[in-house]
Design a protein around this ligand. Structure first.
Ligand code: NAP
Length: 323
């Protein structure tokens, strides 16, 4: 995880007491998670939205980021919830105007654009927080602590869900840059890169593309780590019935198992107590901490693994997919 101090760190260090924040891109995740998290935040209050489709009842709305920046210079922090492809230009405008910026995952459509945003934030002396919400799931911090001194033999990741249930009518996930099954799969990779004590690299991948779509509906990945350690990951969007968001780690000290997307943790079959604020309240808490400290937090490693998968992946064509 990269935590860097911005060039203007001293100028942004200040007490944050319910500072105004703007939320941009009012879709599923903004409504399900960001709006409630901001409502419960001790650091921020929702002062404005940027939404082409209407925004949030009772909150001032702007048609685009340029208008927001022009008429609300008092809003110092922007949280960006639109899909990754349109996000870069909006983030660039916000950072160039000297705003602190929080990005939904994945932080961009390419690794290079995220690195450009990181450089711009540093040059402007503002905070850029590239969030990975799954890293804030209740079992993840304890899993990382448990694995710190372990010798890991094998990791099995099963991230299988029903795309019709979780992404109804979202055309962007099927378009180039939308990542397809890596849109949820990158959450597993964000946990993997957070809990493993040593880096791994991709050695084999198969990507299954529906014949009528630009992004994969399923992917099998194998990673290699130190001393013969391997990670096998299966991402699949065709899972009906029970959904699986599980990571199992076999080590010299026994087995660790994260389930429910990292919310629950078992070690050798024993449920572990978990705590935390909840994923999205924790993200806003962290954003406030970073602003206060004059730092950015930008870790591209999950996105790099996805880029590697598109470089190395053997492509299979599978049945057309219709919503
Ligand atoms: P979504 O429901 O499709 O909503 C995205 C919103 O972004 C749209 O409602 C629209 O808001 C805005 N938008 C769409 N295209 C745009 C464009 N070309 N330019 C500017 N704004 C645009 O998507 P979502 O599920 O909320 O996902 C958004 C991001 O959150 C993705 O990166 C996704 O990976 C991440 N995320 C999603 C979930 C989830 O469960 N859905 C979970 C965690 C993270 P307006 O109509 O207000 O302009």
């Amino acid at each position: 995880m990269t935590v860097t101090r911005g060039a203007g760190a001293g100028s942004v260090g200040r007490q944050l007491i319910r500072e105004p924040i703007a939320l941009l891109g009012i879709g599923k995740i903004a409504r399900d998670q960001h709006i409630p998290a901001i409502a419960g935040s001790a650091a921020f209050h929702l002062a404005a939205t940027v939404s082409r489709s209407g925004g949030v009842d009772g909150v001032e709305n702007h048609q685009d980021v340029a208008h927001l920046l022009n008429v609300r210079p008092d809003i110092g922090s922007l949280s960006l919830c639109m899909p990754p492809v349109p996000r870069f230009d909006i983030a660039t405008a916000a950072l160039a105007a000297g705003k602190h910026v929080m990005l939904e995952k994945p932080p961009g459509a390419t690794v290079s654009e995220v690195l450009k945003l990181e450089r711009l934030a540093r040059a402007k002396g503002v905070t850029l927080f590239a969030t990975w919400h799954s890293r804030h799931a209740a079992g993840v911090a304890m899993a990382r602590a448990h694995l710190r001194d372990a010798q890991i033999k094998h990791v099995q990741i099963d991230w299988k869900e029903d795309v019709r249930r979780w992404h109804p009518g979202q055309d962007w996930i099927w378009q180039a840059g939308g990542l397809g099954v890596f849109d949820p799969g990158i959450n597993a990779l964000s946990i993997m890169t957070a809990i493993l004590p040593n880096p791994v690299h991709l050695i084999a991948t198969t990507l299954a593309f529906p014949e009528n779509r630009e992004t994969p509906i399923a992917a099998d990945l194998t990673f290699a780590g130190p001393a013969g350690m391997t990670v096998d990951a299966v991402f699949d969007w065709r899972q009906e019935g029970p959904q699986s968001w599980n990571i199992t780690v076999d080590t010299n000290m026994g087995q660790l198992r994260l389930t429910d997307g990292g919310a629950t943790l078992h070690i050798d079959g024993m449920a572990q107590p978990t705590d935390g604020l909840g994923e999205y309240p924790s993200l806003y808490h962290r954003f406030a901490e970073l602003i206060e400290a004059g730092q950015s937090d930008v870790d591209t490693s999950p996105l790099q693994h996805v880029a590697d998968a598109f470089m190395l992946g053997r492509r299979e064509s599978v049945a057309a997919f219709y919503d």
